[in-house]
Design a protein around this ligand. Structure first.
Ligand code: CO
Length: 133
């Protein structure tokens, strides 16, 4: 793994949260992007070499809506940049981690992504993210 690429934060109201994080970080979000298959709309802030991804659910039964129902708003996942997502998925599988998809999936921000089950990482939902090329 190369570095922490972004932190994903689950929010109820993307407009309101964007205003808060713009004030907090002192920069405007650089991109909004819907990932309709995942039922989310995302907003990205660049913070030095890292990013903050705000996530709002687009449907009441989406994963972000469910997470907020269970645990309230807050940090939802930690995303690690990887060079070769398939190799990293194979490595983690061999290490006994449960992957939430068999194949990398198209994510926001021109990425391929795969999630690791939080029960295997002390309650943290881990995202692997690789630039699409
Ligand atoms: Co993410």
């Amino acid at each position: 793994m190369i570095r922490i690429e972004h932190l994903g934060i689950a929010v109820k109201d993307l407009n309101a949260a964007e205003a808060v994080y713009a004030r907090l970080l002192g920069v405007a979000p650089y991109k909004r992007e819907a990932v309709e298959r995942e039922g989310v709309i995302t907003s990205f802030f660049q913070v030095g070499p890292n990013k903050i991804e705000l996530l709002e659910s687009t449907r009441p039964d989406g994963p972000i809506a469910k997470a907020i129902e269970k645990r309230g708003e807050g940090i939802h996942h930690v995303a690690f940049e990887v060079d070769d997502i398939r190799a990293e998925m194979a490595r983690l599988k061999a290490e006994g981690f449960t992957l939430l998809s068999e194949e990398p999936k198209p994510g926001a921000d021109n990425k391929l992504v795969c999630f690791v089950h939080p029960r295997d990482a002390n309650g943290v939902l881990v995202e692997l993210t690789q630039e699409r090329r």
